[in-house]
Design a protein around this ligand. Sequence first.
Ligand SMILES: C[S@@+](CC[C@H](N)C(=O)[O-])C[C@H]1O[C@@H](n2cnc3c(N)ncnc32)[C@H](O)[C@@H]1O
Length: 233
Amino acid sequence: MNVNKENNIVELLLKEKIVNDEDRQILDMIVPERLNRLYEVLKERTRYVSILLEAVDDGHNQAAVLRSAEAFGVQNVTVVTGRAPFAPNELVTKSADKWLTIDYQSDICAAISQLKKKGYQIYVSHLSEQAVPLEKLDVSRPTVLVFGNEHSGVSKEAVDMADRTFVIPMKGFVQSLNISVAAALSIKHITDLAKGRAGAEYYLTLEEKQEIFRDWMLKSLNNRLRKIVAQYK
Ligand SMILES: C[S@@+](CC[C@H](N)C(=O)[O-])C[C@H]1O[C@@H](n2cnc3c(N)ncnc32)[C@H](O)[C@@H]1O
């Protein structure tokens, strides 16, 4: 349904049960234009495709990947920190990280095991002869794409635990892409593919929509209003 000014976004959110009646007061604190935007973005969000960053150390690269994930509708990012702290550059993120669900893990094996338990297949980017070209990957199951460190790439543990390794075929003299470029190309390709393959399963469930929309509504309030809402809860 295309929401425009004639439609009442508040009524729509309540009717579709994205917002419960008890949160009606929060809805009334946000201008309709903002609610419309949140709703339109929510409709494109997915957990079917997810990203794992392993020891990506540069703040600009960290930020650029988060921005691409957000822009292409990927809601969940897992971060396994490397030598440097995870501190995405704010000038690059453009606040993209505010709208994402980021899970911080300290160990790559534990992180991959948890994702596998949730039903994900793990595709690890790896510059090797055995790696499958990106265009040949299949997305018949929920999929995590793993990207590695600027210098050393992904760990042996990640490769060993992968369902598949993949590569964006290189045609020039350089051997690799910048991590954030590799991530952007891969996310765009895999989300397009998965949308066609998974149909409705690609998009968030109603429960996921409710949880994320509430979080986004709270993030859309100024500090004073957020405190008022917290007092009611
Ligand atoms: C600069 S590369 C690391 C290069 C490292 N020497 C290696 O062999 O992996 C940093 C990350 O970018 C991603 N990447 C770069 N080029 C890629 C390509 N052609 N295909 C897939 N991923 C790539 C991978 O996630 C890689 O771990």
